[in-house]
Design a protein around this ligand. Sequence first.
Ligand SMILES: Cc1cc2nc3c(=O)[nH]c(=O)nc-3n(C[C@H](O)[C@H](O)[C@H](O)COP(=O)(O)OP(=O)(O)OC[C@H]3O[C@@H](n4cnc5c(N)ncnc54)[C@H](O)[C@@H]3O)c2cc1C
Length: 378
Amino acid sequence: MDFDWDTEQQGFRSTVRAFLAAHLPADWEELAHGPGSEAQSAFSKKFCAELAKAGLLVPHWPQRWGGRDADPWTAFILAEEMWAAGEPRGGQYMNVNWIGPTLMRFGSEEQQQRYIPAMAHGETIWCQGFSEPEAGSDLASLRTRAEKHGDSYRINGQKIWTSYAGHADTCFLLARTSPGRNGISIFLLPMTTPGITVRQIPSVIGEGDIHEVFFDEVEAPASAMLGGEGQGWEVVRTALSLERVGIPRFALAARMLSRSVARLQGDGRFGHGAIEQAARARAACEAARLYSYNIVDQRCHGIPTGPEASAARFATVMAERLVGEFVVEHMPDALAGGDPLLLAHHQRAIVAGIASGAAEIQLNLIATDLLRLPREPR
Ligand SMILES: Cc1cc2nc3c(=O)[nH]c(=O)nc-3n(C[C@H](O)[C@H](O)[C@H](O)COP(=O)(O)OP(=O)(O)OC[C@H]3O[C@@H](n4cnc5c(N)ncnc54)[C@H](O)[C@@H]3O)c2cc1C
């Protein structure tokens, strides 16, 4: 693996930074708090449309879908810069990272034509309807039912913790069409479909972040199913492997650590204990970065993402937590309203080990699939 950026990659990073500098409003860091809020959602839609016009929303997508076939490094540099800035794309990062690519792979021609161009133009928000009150880590136990009636399915059940549901146009919904893991199917469901109710849940991250979504006798045409009946698990495994290392959360952690250290140095408060703790947090950010780069390199070489993705994700959770702990210990004033982006990072670090799959599940996968540790006999 070569860790040097080439001239083109450096140029691309500079272009993204220049775009951010030109398009983020002066109060952006305050807006960054509350990724699903009314104000940030409205801003993100405008921002993503501009990003698309500049060729910076989906450069890694095929030309057919509005991209330029750029390699996975380009997508990752873009994601690093966006996340380090507080993710101004809002919920649209999901379209770019995994929903669009999943539809390209498994969608019918009609589904692709209906949904992908709007994503490429930055015009649409999706939500991910996976978790349920009794199905989080054990996603395969989900109970939302989709029963076939003639040419359509009738959906009943409930999702929970659904990010961006209050502003989403479409839901990428997992529902059960028969028992067992092979009985899970995916529906691409407009959120305006009668029978869908969205209720916001108060969240540490801010207003509009997470929701409950109820499905009461919701009619979905058979054409809304992605892939075949019962193919949901296979599709979701592909999607989650894209999602797991698609968010370079360490980039914001590293930026916030540098900012905190600079402030402490300026105040003459960067003493021995703080130096040691900062060094540990910095090392964790670097570890997360290198684990993630390893996955990107594998993608560039066409190697399917394996259990290393769990290591990358766990390292990223650790980086966020260590930076969060550093800030709590050495500059609690910054969290009491002194620095909105630092506060936003801190709040995201609190949920980092739960959102996108619990950290402990990643540890299980690392133990069994990466380290091949023996299971304790029952
Ligand atoms: C900010 C945020 C945004 C989210 N957005 C979405 C979204 O948009 N769409 C969506 O579908 N979901 C979303 N989620 C839900 C998230 O995917 C789940 O919370 C997560 O998968 C964990 O599931 P759970 O909450 O049911 O916890 P549980 O699975 O009940 O886990 C509870 C605790 O038990 C531990 N645990 C469970 N099983 C094991 C095991 N086998 N081994 C060791 N420990 C275990 C877990 O680590 C955890 O600490 C979001 C969550 C958060 C916090």
